[in-house]
Write a protein that binds this ligand. Structure first.
Ligand SMILES: Cc1ncc(COP(=O)(O)O)c(C=O)c1O
Length: 501
């Protein structure tokens, strides 16, 4: 009889060899990471063009596929875990985080109900409660793990909508003569607020952006005025979204004042602590949690600040049953698997199938402990404060926002004169454009060099450079190098640098 190809899985002895090979590959990658380019400089489409476009008809050996990952994929990556990746909020990649993620892969469960995955369900409840305790939230708050904060806010506002317009889950929004609902958030808040309004049929335009003050915190007096105006025009205030750690400057809105207004007008209060919320594990940041007890929902992304690999976001709701009431729906084929449950997480959102995200959080949080995470966050603050001092000492640069968390926004302000004469320095004075373009070009050049990765943003309409620290591999040496790189880039561009009047 002829040998037939195996229709099963890789033979165990071969698989063992491959897993070891992959383990070595991961360890090698981590070792060489600091020497790689942070970002590729390819044109869009170049990576795809180097790969066969026709789908494989026959299987290929793992060794060949792994070699192609090295050859084709790794060079095409922006390496978020690189110590010189200083974009966004930095990126908290750690050894234990990788191990935790890997451990969940062979388990490959679907944690839709307790019965289909008891340990995944109960571990989710456990780690959510660890975070609740660390955040100092009362037991009134229950939580659920989603992939991202954008999904979290959408679910939170779905509950707000249901409570303001009962039976919406059943009847929908149309043909019911409902008022137009309004959601208020600051001009610094994340665009996920509008995304949620789009998804929920509340309308992007009904997200009203409240001006922020000189320190990029929501101006509560302006919020009051906007609500009064809307009430006169027969809009219905539905919710306010307060941010703890805004996307550009990491500023913190006055949550207690916003909570008072929400109470007065019976509005839902959502606290977006996607980035900044995690800092509540530090005693010196207890102030950021003021007013959280008044919130209806709070979102925190441990994948941004608390060392869990992407994706891992927790939505807390005061009385989690409110969320369950809006989303529970048990089709017949799942009924048998929903009885006698500790909790069925499929009831707490639109997702039915759910992967075992809690495992990686359990592994990394046990590995570091609160104290280990706190020490690392404090080191990020030490480094960002050094950078603040260095930037202040170079008169060509100016801080563009107060530094509240390990995020710094700053601006090249021209190569002479007083750093405070910003408005005059905004006049176009080089062939390439104005000082905004110049700041933008500094970032573009550095990112194209592959030696570091920064981001740029706009504050009060001005382009600023931005560095965020979140990676345990980023040390004082790297931060110093980043500044030198910026200074060198300015020098290279100096021939056409806008000079201050
Ligand atoms: C303040 C804030 N909220 C929400 C989000 C959205 O986060 P996610 O990517 O988890 O949806 C971000 C993203 O950076 C953010 O900065």
């Amino acid at each position: 009889m002829q040998d037939r190809p195996s229709l099963g899985d890789t033979p165990p002895e071969v698989f063992r060899k491959q897993v070891h090979q992959l383990a070595d590959w991961i360890a090698d990658f981590r070792e060489k990471l600091g020497g790689l380019r942070v970002a590729p400089n390819d044109k869009p489409g170049a990576i795809r063009a180097a790969l066969p476009s026709q789908p494989p008809e026959n299987g290929e050996p793992f060794e060949e596929i792994l070699a192609d990952i090295d050859r084709r994929i790794v060079p095409g990556m922006v390496h978020w875990s690189h110590p010189m990746f200083l974009g966004y909020f930095g990126w908290p990649q750690t050894g234990p985080g990788i191990l935790g993620e890997i451990a969940s892969v062979p388990l490959n469960v679907n944690a839709m109900t307790w019965r289909t995955s008891p340990a995944a369900t109960e571990l989710e409840t456990l780690v959510v409660d660890w975070l609740r305790q660390w955040m100092g939230l009362s037991e009134q708050f229950g939580g659920v793990v989603y992939d991202t904060a954008s999904v979290g806010i959408m679910h939170a506002l779905a509950v707000a909508r249901e409570e303001a317009a009962p039976s919406t889950r059943k009847l929908g929004l149309t043909g019911r003569n409902l008022p137009r609902f309004r959601i208020y958030t600051s001009d610094q808040a994340h665009s996920s607020v509008e995304k949620a309004a789009i998804a929920l049929g509340l309308g992007e335009e009904n997200v009203q952006r409240v001006p922020s003050d000189a320190e990029f915190r929501m101006d509560v007096a302006a919020l009051r005025v906007m609500i009064e105006r809307d009430l006169k025009e027969k809009f219905r205030p539905l919710a306010a979204v307060a941010t703890v750690g805004t996307t550009s400057a990491a500023s913190v809105d006055p949550v207690p004042d916003i909570a008072n207004i929400c109470r007065e007008h019976k509005m839902w209060l959502h606290v977006d602590g996607a980035y900044g919320g995690g800092f509540a594990i530090l005693s010196e940041y207890e102030w950021i949690t003021k007013g959280w007890g008044e919130a209806d929902s709070i979102v925190i992304n441990p994948h941004k600040t608390l060392f869990v690999p992407l994706d891992f976001s927790i939505l807390f709701v005061r009385d989690l049953e409110r969320l369950r009431r809006v989303f529970t729906l048990v089709p017949e084929y799942l009924r048998g698997d929903t009885i006698e449950a500790e909790k069925n997480y499929m009831d707490y959102g639109i997702q039915l199938g759910r992967r075992f995200r809690a495992l990686k959080a359990w592994v990394i949080w046990r590995s570091l402990g609160r104290a280990g995470m706190a020490a690392r966050l404090r080191e990020q603050m030490r480094l960002i404060n050094l950078l603040v001092d260095w930037i202040k000492a170079d008169k060509r640069f100016q801080l563009a926002a107060p530094v509240v968390m390990p995020v710094i926004c700053f601006r090249f302000n021209g190569s002479g004169g007083s750093p405070n004469r910003q408005s005059a320095s905004d006049r176009p004075r080089t062939s390439s454009g104005n000082i905004d373009d110049f700041n933008s070009e500094i970032v573009e050049r550095i990112n194209a060099s592959g030696r570091a990765y920064l981001t740029q943003t706009k504050l009060r309409g001005r382009t600023v450079m931005r560095i965020g620290l979140g990676n345990v591999l980023t040390t004082e040496h790297h931060v110093r190098r980043a500044l030198e790189l910026i200074q060198k880039t300015v020098q290279d561009m100096e021939g056409r640098a806008p000079s201050r009047p």
